[in-house]
Design a protein around this ligand. Structure first.
Ligand code: ADP
Ligand code: 5GP
Length: 219
């Protein structure tokens, strides 16, 4: 068969396709191994630890989640969250725009596929700060993703932090503490658990776990 100029012969085309699929597989394994899930109950200090970790490792991207909860004072759209109405959340869900999503304390939260793809394409490791139901979905969808559970030193400390943060009403704090009881029961599912008692100790442990994962060579 004579190849028309600009077209490939069958063996060339199949060689090119094999090369492409090898690159895609390598790209995927690299992208997947660089998703880092930080989970644990609300108020345990996930956001604080992530902020400090990113100060030290600025190459870590942070996925901006979507939520139907209202912005808190000082939060901005597209920076802290993509703040959506229920209808907007439903439309994105119907389009398959979420890698994972969950209802938490009466509001909906989800990780947008586009947030992960954008960073994976740039070869950037990306952190997801999500609750436990979402972490389970990521475990199914991206089994190579690193997952770290942040635990409080005690239930009393968690309550104090949630109240001390001053962002939520007493009713919301109660809802979050009820959710925390179930979430704490799930920590055995996670290979890495960091107790956030002294902040500096927890940060050091988290940094060691994350560095070991992102520096690990991928095939
Ligand atoms: P999360 O993101 O898990 O909901 P935050 O990072 O908002 O939690 O932390 C909740 C509150 O606890 C904040 O006021 C934060 O300053 C405080 N906090 C975080 N880590 C510690 C710690 N190790 N010891 C005492 N307070 C802490
Ligand atoms: P908050 O309302 O305090 O910002 O978040 C409440 C809980 O939702 C926290 O435990 C937070 O980690 C979690 N969360 C934030 N974004 C997401 C997300 O995209 N997916 C899931 N499953 N949980 C999220």
């Amino acid at each position: 068969m004579v190849a028309i100029r600009g077209e490939r012969s069958a063996p060339e085309a199949s060689r090119a396709a094999r090369g492409r699929s090898r690159r895609v597989a390598a790209y995927r394994s690299r992208a997947l191994s660089r998703v880092i899930v930080i989970t644990g109950p609300s108020g345990v200090g996930k956001g604080t630890l992530i902020r400090l970790l990113r100060d030290e490792l600025p190459e870590l991207g942070l996925s901006v989640s979507a939520t139907t909860r209202a912005p808190r004072a000082g939060e901005s759209d597209a920076v802290d969250y993509h703040f959506l109405s229920d209808d907007e959340f439903d439309s994105l869900l119907a389009e398959g725009a979420f890698v994972e999503h969950a209802e938490y304390a009466g509001r909906r939260y989800g990780t947008l596929r586009s947030e992960l793809e954008r960073r994976a394409a740039a070869g950037e490791p990306v952190l997801l700060e999500i609750e436990v139901q979402g972490a389970r979905q990521i475990r199914e969808e991206l089994p190579d993703a690193l997952q770290v559970f942040i635990a409080p030193p005690s239930h009393a400390a968690l309550r104090e932090r949630l109240i001390g943060r001053g962002t939520d009403s007493a009713e919301i704090v109660d809802r979050r503490l009820r959710a925390a009881a179930a979430e704490l029961g799930a920590q055995d599912e996670f290979a890495h658990v960091v107790v956030n008692d002294r902040l500096e100790d927890a940060l050091r442990k988290l940094r060691d776990i994350v560095l070991a994962a992102i520096e690990r060579p991928v095939d």
